[in-house]
Design a protein around this ligand. Structure first.
Ligand SMILES: [Zn+2]
Length: 99
């Protein structure tokens, strides 16, 4: 499995037309989670200067994926009843002060 990280900032050849080069650009990225929509107005992307093929930055997508997983995990936690809260033990541990 070849998983070389794309760190080059230079224009990459387009996978679609194989003629043009994908120039770094910004594009709006819209992601739906159930009934909520997430919009990234300036998502990093690459746009082919020949065919106009738009590809979002792999690093951005990976980060987004991680973020969304955490977000969904957080949403699940929110649904849990907050009965796990510890009772106030400290108040029961008042040492009796002898006078
Ligand atoms: Zn192209």
């Amino acid at each position: 499995m070849d998983s070389k990280t794309i760190t080059e900032s230079a224009a990459e050849p387009c996978e679609q037309c194989r003629i043009g080069h994908c120039q770094p650009t910004k594009a709006p990225y819209i992601y739906w989670i159930k009934k909520q929509v997430l919009v990234f107005p300036n998502a990093p992307a690459y746009c082919c200067d020949i065919c106009g093929q738009l590809q979002y930055d792999a690093g951005f997508l990976a980060t987004l994926e991680m973020m969304l997983q955490e977000l969904e995990f957080g949403m699940q936690l929110d649904k849990l009843p907050k009965s796990v809260a510890q009772p106030d033990v400290a108040s029961q541990w008042q040492p009796t002060r002898g006078r």
